[in-house]
Design a protein. Structure first.
Length: 362
């Protein structure tokens, strides 16, 4: 009887529904099929040659990295995952020693926080075989520090819609490749860089990174229009990321197509933050832009124009934001301006603010 049920399930049938945020910040349910989950796990098992596999999983259960990348990878490898409800650097380090963890995984922010904790030197991490990060770029100083802890490093790049990692950099890659690229595309994926018209650009030129393969998502649940906007008629997934293909075959990410930025590996949408700040009494105009930051990759800077003749308490505003949104969304800085710069059509000139943000001092 079970064999009949088994035969009824096809590789392209949905197996998992993972909600992610689109460019507007509204949740979209990405349908991931059977083939995607199993094939990606096998690909990762091939790139991350570790035995035995023992890894800490602190990602939220609704994150594709938790249920897909880590859980399925461990399942295929016959490995062990140790669940951690909330990330805390010293607790993570203690668990690595206690559980004899072989793969230290996370986003660069979490890895850096663990490595820089004052108690780090007291732990025996001789069981480590590899350090892996994803979700954001790691700095060269961090990579050099990690190489003193474990000689085998890897990073990867992917998203919910691609089901798993599109590109990998590994132990044979140098510091430049680990820090400034996301490695080379996986052979079972096709990757291209296109311009605004969908034409493929030359090597070294930037454009939108698109990917095609038989294990990208089925589509968005009950959102055929969004699916059609994201996956072309001939099967190319639009990642929404700007990138370029280097002469050495590695991919470098150079930005986002829209305003979304990543802080600590999480997607942050400026408009969502602006809507919260606009609720605070005394705020007339607000614009949130991003700024590069060593620990988190990028952080938000909120420029605020108060209502005339009204004063704003920025400490209270920050506390208000912390009550209304996740910590990684709260702007790093709140800066008051008498008047925000405007474009001729009357919109806030975010390009000017972005330039200004790069010189903002905390």
């Amino acid at each position: 009887e079970l064999s009949q049920y088994y035969k009824a399930v096809l590789p392209q049938d949905p197996a998992l529904l993972v909600y992610t945020s689109g460019s507007t910040g509204n949740p979209k349910g990405a349908l991931i099929h059977q083939l995607g989950l199993t094939k990606v796990a096998r690909v990762q098992n091939g790139y991350w040659d570790v035995d035995p596999v023992r890894i800490i999983n602190f990602l939220p259960i609704n994150h594709v990295g938790c249920v897909g990348d880590i859980s399925m990878y461990c399942f295929v490898a016959g490995g062990t995952q140790v669940f951690m409800e909330d990330f805390e650097p010293d607790t993570y380090n203690r668990l690595m020693e206690k559980e004899k963890i072989t793969i230290w995984g996370g986003v660069p922010t979490s890895v850096q926080m663990s490595a820089e904790h004052e108690n780090f030197k007291h732990y025996d991490l001789s069981s480590l075989q590899m350090i892996i990060w994803s979700g954001a770029a790691a700095s060269e100083p961090l990579i050099k520090r990690l190489l003193t802890i474990c000689p085998r490093l890897s990073n990867s790049y992917g998203q919910t819609e691609s089901v798993g990692s599109i590109c990998f950099a590994g132990p044979t890659d140098n510091i430049d490749e680990l820090a400034n690229t996301v490695g080379a595309p996986v052979s079972c994926y096709q990757v291209r860089i296109v311009d605004e018209k969908g034409n493929q650009v030359a090597t070294g030129e930037s454009g939108e990174l698109q990917v095609r393969g038989d294990f990208i998502m089925v589509g968005y649940l009950n959102q055929p229009e969004k699916t059609a906007e994201t996956i072309t008629a001939d099967g190319w997934l639009k990642t929404g990321d700007l990138g370029l293909l280097r002469e050495d075959g590695n991919v470098t990410l150079v930005g986002r197509l829209k305003e979304m930025f990543k802080s600590g590996g999480y997607n942050v949408y400026p408009r969502e933050i602006e809507q919260v700040i606009e609720e605070f009494k005394g705020v007339a105009v607000v614009a949130v832009v991003s700024k590069a930051e060593p620990l988190f990759g990028e952080v938000g800077i909120a420029y605020i124009q108060p209502h005339e003749n009204l004063s704003l308490d920025l400490a209270q505003l920050k506390a208000f934001c912390k009550e209304k949104m996740a910590n990684y969304k709260v702007p790093k800085q709140f800066i008051l301006m008498d008047v925000l710069p405007l474009l001729p059509i009357g919109k806030v000139d975010k390009k000017a603010l972005t330039v200004l943000a790069q010189t903002a001092v905390r």
